[in-house]
Design a protein. Structure first.
Length: 598
């Protein structure tokens, strides 16, 4: 089960907007960019306010996590007299396993499911009059379609709402958890108590994390039988069993946490490990987490703030993938790792790919991955005068959600809205920064194709750096920047009529000095007249790649082919290509590398 969209109305500064998550199903990471006060955090808060969540982070007592007073959600420009509804709507899409469980649940009530809609829409409405909340008029609605037959009847009809309610609790239980982290700055408990009779919600929460660690050992372990019973036992064999289990947990925790530390911070931490103390006191059985180095043991709370942030992030996210029940979480991160240095931010970004689903906000170009541009949204607030950011008029507050590509096309002069992305793809380097040789391509499809061939198919060690333009006719800005920086580059164009036209135009605009830098496929091979990047593949390989995502297709479709390339690249999935296709790409890469050597 997965979310396909969220829709918000009258939520703080959001008048009416939809966050569509279904366009690129192969990628599970979504990025929100925008200026301060643009409304990025408001969108995360609105998602977190969705009522049907199998679990909550209330126990962690995170700052800015929840809304203590619903009146704080009233639209900013209507605070004086709001008469309307605050609306949050979410659509979830059922998968095959969901339908199978729903069929079983109906069967228990003598109902045979015959037809259904795979999408279910949940809507929650909160009514207000004169800016006062009317709780008696709250509405929690769901739009569901199931058809079936009852008992031995052969009549198939639409099931009533009452009949559909049979599976409502099952669906809510299987719904992805929404885990909102406005920050990771909270205290890790010195002891985590394990007994079921512990009422403290914080310990209840951490018990689920301990179970995640047990699940990561893949040996059908649980807290009650393999920790609590063994801690409380005085039998020697139980003590040995506990010692063995604690040793395995320590090794797994040390491996996951410090391997990730070394990868992100580029610092080898040796002779350091996680030590678990399993014991009991007057409250109950507990685990205590410690860090052991070559000198001494330290409790987690005694380590630096940066380490505690990192430790909790890894513990709460990386072990989540091992959860056997409802592991399909949706993580919401507000400005994650903004206090880390650039290389650490870049490495941390890679860890998002290991999580089930992520939406995060950022101002940092180090936290932008070009592979995820299709799932990047620009957040704009009408209350901000973007020509003069000092000016802010709350009466005009109206938060807008725009897909990055669409926004960039509609507002080419408003680069400050998507500055983090432009700083990655189209930025001004510092005097200390070496800008690598780059190949400017006509668009994103060329970018994905060449990176896929280099990284996934050819697995070359020194890859060429490709920069995606927005079209063959819109590369002036990139060419101007690279000329101004004095950095090496070439422009790779199709050898069709449009490519030849734009090559001539750029020569006229920038002079003969760029002539050698403007390359068409016909310049690489004289037989490649009227060639575009897709034609470098044989027809058989074009269809083979397309069928990886559209297996029933029997004819080539350029749009579906390029979409398949992108999804293969994101999934890091290889396809066996013909010798002719590989020879063609090697020819292009060899030619471009020759330009570098010149």
């Amino acid at each position: 089960m997965k979310f396909t969209y969220f829709k918000f109305e009258n939520f703080k500064g959001i008048e009416s907007q939809t966050l569509n998550l279904s366009k690129n199903n192969s990628n599970n990471v979504y990025t929100l960019v925008g200026l301060n006060e643009s409304g990025k955090t408001t969108i995360l808060e609105a998602i977190n306010y969705f009522a049907y969540k199998p679990e909550s982070l209330d126990a962690l007592e995170l700052d800015s996590y929840d809304v203590s007073d619903i009146h704080n959600l009233i639209p900013i420009n209507k605070l004086d007299n709001f008469n309307g509804k605050i609306k949050i709507q979410a659509c979830v899409e059922l998968d095959k396993s969901d339908i199978s469980e729903i069929e079983k649940e109906f069967k228990k009530h003598d109902i045979t499911l015959k037809d259904y809609n795979t999408e279910i829409v949940y809507t929650q409405n909160y009514s207000f009059k004169n800016s006062e909340h009317l709780p008696e008029k709250n509405e929690y609605l769901w739009n569901v379609f199931f058809k079936g037959s009852v008992g031995k009847s052969k009549i198939v009809k639409v099931l009533s709402n009452e009949q559909c309610l049979i599976v409502s609790s099952l669906i809510k239980k299987r719904m992805p958890s929404i885990l909102y982290f406005p920050n990771f700055l909270f205290e890790f408990p010195e002891k985590i108590y394990l007994n079921d009779n512990i009422d403290d919600p914080k310990h209840k929460f951490y018990q689920t994390i301990i179970q995640d660690v047990l699940d990561s050992l893949d040996n059908d372990l649980n807290i009650h039988d393999h920790l609590i019973k063994k801690i409380e036992s005085s039998v020697e064999k139980d003590k040995r069993s506990l010692t063995s289990l604690i040793s395995k947990m320590q090794r797994k925790l040390t491996e996951v946490i410090f391997d990730k530390w070394n990868q992100i911070f580029k610092k080898e931490i040796s002779q350091t490990e996680i030590i678990l103390i399993a014991n009991k006191d007057s409250i109950g059985s507990y685990l205590e987490f410690n860090i052991k180095d070559d000198v001494d043991n330290y409790r987690i709370v005694q380590r630096s703030l940066g380490f505690r942030w990192f430790f909790v992030y890894i513990l709460l996210t990386q072990f989540r993938a091992y959860r056997r029940q409802n592991g399909n979480a949706f993580f919401l991160f507000d400005e994650p790792a903004s206090n880390l240095h650039p290389s650490a931010q870049t490495e941390l970004l890679k860890s998002f790919e290991k999580l089930p689903n992520v939406i995060y906000t950022t101002h940092s170009h180090y936290l932008i991955n070009p592979k995820w541009l299709e799932n990047t949204f620009v957040i704009k607030n009408e209350a901000i005068d973007y020509e003069n950011e000092v000016k802010y008029n709350s009466k005009n507050t109206n938060i807008k959600i725009n897909r990055y590509r669409e926004f960039a096309v509609k507002h080419p002069n408003q680069s400050n809205y998507f500055q983090p992305i432009l700083e990655l793809l189209d930025y001004r380097p510092t005097n200390l920064e070496l800008v690598p040789f780059s190949i400017i391509t006509e668009g994103k499809n060329d970018y994905y194709t060449y990176n896929y061939i280099q990284e996934i198919i050819l697995k070359t060690r020194k890859n060429l750096r490709f920069i995606p333009g927005t079209s063959a006719s819109n590369l002036e800005s990139l060419i101007s920047l690279y000329l101004g920086w004095g950095s090496k580059f070439v422009v790779l164009l199709d050898s069709d009529k449009e490519g030849a036209k734009q090559k001539n135009r750029y020569e006229e605009n920038f002079g003969l000095s760029v002539s050698e830098l403007l390359i068409t496929y016909e310049d690489i091979d004289s037989a490649w007249k009227n060639f575009e990047t897709e034609k470098i593949f044989t027809k058989e390989d074009q269809l083979k790649i397309q069928q990886t995502n559209y297996p029933t297709d029997s004819t080539y479709n350029k749009k579906l082919f390029n979409r398949s390339i992108q999804e293969l690249y994101i999934r890091n999935e290889s396809v066996e290509l013909s010798a002719e296709t590989l020879e063609n790409f090697n020819l292009v890469i060899k030619f471009l590398k020759g330009k570098i050597n010149q």
